[in-house]
Design a protein around this ligand. Sequence first.
Ligand SMILES: [Zn+2]
Length: 69
Amino acid sequence: MNESDFERAAQFADRERENALAKHRQKMASQIEGGDTCEDCGGPIPPERQAAVKTVFCVECQQINERLR
Ligand SMILES: [Zn+2]
């Protein structure tokens, strides 16, 4: 893999991540019921998740970020 292939792959991953997040944000926007919200999509973070791991991201954003970082 030469450098420009790598660049393209990185850009592709970036775009995939943006797409995934955009879709996820749309879905979460309709589910907000107060409480803590995800820093990334604004969706709700379940209280039990917040208690277990100090996080500002919901489960799905966390996964998207970890998978495509
Ligand atoms: Zn989120």
